[in-house]
Design a protein around this ligand. Sequence first.
Ligand SMILES: Nc1ncnc2c1ncn2[C@@H]1O[C@H](COP(=O)(O)OP(=O)(O)O)[C@@H](O)[C@H]1O
Ligand SMILES: [Mg+2]
Length: 334
Amino acid sequence: MAAAASSSSLASGYDMPWVEKYRPNKVIDIVGNEDAVSRLQVIARDGNMPNLILSGPPGTGKTTSILALAHELLGPNYREGVLELNASDDRGIDVVRNKIKMFAQKKVTLPPGRHKVVILDEADSMTSGAQQALRRTMEIYSNSTRFALACNTSSKIIEPIQSRCALVRFSRLSDQEILSRLMVVVDAEKVPYVPEGLEAIIFTADGDMRQALNNLQATYSGFRFVNQENVFKVCDQPHPLHVKNMVRHVLEGKFDDACSGLKQLYDLGYSPTDIITTFFRIIKNYDMAEYLKLEFMKETGFAHMRICDGVGSYLQLCGLLAKLSLVRETAKAP
Ligand SMILES: Nc1ncnc2c1ncn2[C@@H]1O[C@H](COP(=O)(O)OP(=O)(O)O)[C@@H](O)[C@H]1O
Ligand SMILES: [Mg+2]
C-alpha cells in the first residue's frame, strides 16, 4: 500500500487512471462473484485451462480475471504464450484465419501441462462470420492453444462456440463489495472523504466497479474531497434526494409538488433517461408497501420503455407521476 501511494506522488503531473493502477494482478484479489472466481482459481492451480467464456455486465472483473489467469498460468512465458485481441483490434475473418491460426501453429516452449492462450475480449462484437471461422481453429489446435472469451451477453456468441467452452458468469457487484475495494483505494491515495460521499459513489456506480473507481478519481481530482454534493456534480446525475422527494410527494398524494420537483430536474437539463433510471433505483430501495412498490416498478419500467422508444418528453414523465398517483389511490381504496 505504501509503495502504491508513494509511486503516485513520484509520477507528478501524470495521474494514472486508478482503474488500471488498482487492477488486481491475481485471481484471488478479485472482489465478489465468489463462484466464478473460485472456479478460475482452481484452473489457475491445476493449469489445464478449458476454453472459457466469461460473460456479465461491464466493470465486474471479466477482463481482469482473464489477464490474471493468463499471468498465473504462464508467468514468464506470458509474452510469447498469450495473444490478446480486444474490440479495438481488427478481428474480422481474415485475422481469425491468419493471425490467430499463425499463433496457434507457433511453437512455444511452455512448462508441461500448460497451453498457449488466445484472449478475445469483448467477443460479442465479433461478426458471426469471424466467429464461424474461429470454431474450427479452436478445435484443430485444442491440444496446444486454449481460448478465453469475454463478453457482456453470451447469447451473442454463436452456439457452436458456446458448446466448446465452459461458461463462467459474472454478475453486478454488491454495494458491500464495491465499498471494500473503494476503501482500499481511498486509503492508498489518502483521499479525504465522508461516508455519505462513498455511498453516493456506490449509488451512481450501480454495481460497476470501473465506474465506481472512475467516479472516485474524478471527484477527487475535481474537488479534492469526496462528499455527496461533489459526487453528484461530477457524475452529473440527478440528486437521489431530489428524486426521493418526488416519490414521497406521490405517496403523500401531493401530485403538484411531485410535478414541480420533476420540472426542476428537467429544467436543470437532465435527460428523461437520467431521470427515469434514478427514479427506478430510488423506488427499488424505497421503504413502502410491497404491492405498491411492485406496481410502481412496473409502471416505471413501461415509461422507461417508451422513453427508449424515443418518446422522452416532459409529458411522458408527468404521465408516469399521474399513473403512480392513480395506482396509489386505488391501492388505498379497498
Ligand atoms: N471484481 C473486481 N475486483 C476488483 N476490481 C475490479 C473488479 N471488477 C472490476 N474492477 C476494477 O475495474 C476495472 C475494470 O474491470 P474489467 O475487468 O476490465 O471489467 P470488465 O468486466 O468490463 O472486463 C479494473 O481495472 C479494476 O480496477
Ligand atoms: Mg472488459
